[in-house]
Write a protein that binds this ligand. Structure first.
Ligand code: 4NP
Length: 142
């Protein structure tokens, strides 16, 4: 199975999600991308790298890319961090693949970019909890 994690910039939330879920579910292939293009080619925000590193998740080598229409065909599941990510994804991904697009969690994973360091720890804990929920779904499917 191939899963794409998506946020706006692909430098804060979705690279953290990619790292956390890759560590947690080694048999699933994860990637991440942003709906925006501002940070294409950039490493994750240093605050995301630091918070993930504090929890043993190394995301320093990831580089941002933008979501493309082809991702709709390539991935089995495409998870947006918030409702605007889900909306933007539906504008980029062809309609026939829209059933692959879901929010990562019932509660939005808020954008920590303009906030303080604390926001990144909150983001990390939220993504860990989201992974607990997906574990129930994926482990029951085996
Ligand atoms: P992310 O956070 O979507 O979690 O990567 C953001 C990073 C950068 C911007 C917005 C959100 N930006 O507007 O540059």
């Amino acid at each position: 199975m191939k899963v794409l994690m998506v946020c706006l910039g692909n430098i804060c939330r979705s690279p953290a999600a990619e790292g956390i879920f890759s560590n947690r579910f080694p048999d699933i292939e994860f990637d991440s991308a942003g709906t925006g293009s501002w940070h294409v080619g950039h490493p994750p925000d240093h605050r995301s790298i630091e918070v993930c590193g504090n929890h043993g998740v190394d995301i320093a080598s990831l580089r941002a890319r933008q979501v493309t229409a082809v991702d709709g065909e390539h991935f089995d599941l495409i998870l947006g961090m918030d409702q605007s990510n889900v909306r933007n994804l539906k504008a980029i991904i062809p309609q026939e693949f829209h059933d692959k697009i879901h929010p990562i969690d019932a509660h939005e994973v808020g954008d920590p970019y303009y906030g303080i360091m604390d926001g990144f720890e909150v983001m990390f804990q939220h993504l860990e909890q989201a992974a607990d929920k997906w574990a129930i779904i994926w482990e029951s499917a085996n």
